[in-house]
Design a protein around this ligand. Structure first.
Ligand SMILES: [Zn+2]
Ligand SMILES: [Zn+2]
Length: 166
């Protein structure tokens, strides 16, 4: 620390402290998340880069089936010392985080990396046909699924013949 050039490699697996993801898909709280990071001391703070691995679970946006997706997302961010932040020109930059000089709060940078790697609309299959708009059946399970649609005019005729027969 405070020695530019010093580097440390960290490989660690831990349970997700909270859901990492969006409302639709994410790594559930408590599920294993693996970090393989390089922590490099630079002038302004600590430069963190590497990957986060985990399994996101969500719901298909069309048929609501469970969707599982392996994540291998690139992580990078600069954890700046508070004093260098005050003088920093990069204020407001996305990948810059505050560093109190003792603990790297990795949750935010990891969360950002995971969220960025997740699909906006998760799908169980890119060709998922979704649900029947009449009865809600999952069309992928039953490709020939169809409802007999009676034209209202035919329906009227039908009731006419029914009456005649009775
Ligand atoms: Zn689906
Ligand atoms: Zn149906």
């Amino acid at each position: 620390m405070r020695r530019p050039g010093a580097q440390r490699l960290v490989s660690e697996a831990f349970p997700a402290p909270a859901v990492l993801g969006t409302d639709l898909i994410g790594v559930p709280e408590g599920a294993e998340v693996r970090l393989d990071l390089s922590l490099e001391s630079v002038q302004e703070g600590i430069w963190v880069s590497g990957t986060v691995n985990g399994t996101a679970i969500g719901e298909c946006g069309r048929c609501l089936d469970e969707v599982r997706q392996e994540i291998a997302a690139p992580v990078q961010g600069l954890f700046e010392y508070p004093d260098s932040r005050a003088a920093g020109e990069e204020e407001g930059s996305e990948d810059v985080f505050e560093f109190d000089g003792e603990n790297l709060e990795l949750e935010e940078v990891v969360r950002d990396a995971v969220v960025t790697s997740l699909p906006f609309t998760p799908l169980c299959d890119p060709d998922c046909p979704g649900l029947c708009d009449q009865c809600g059946a999952r069309l992928a399970d039953d490709p020939d699924h169809a409802h007999e649609v009676l034209d209202p005019r035919w329906a009227a005729l039908q009731s006419f013949t029914d009456e005649k027969e009775s």
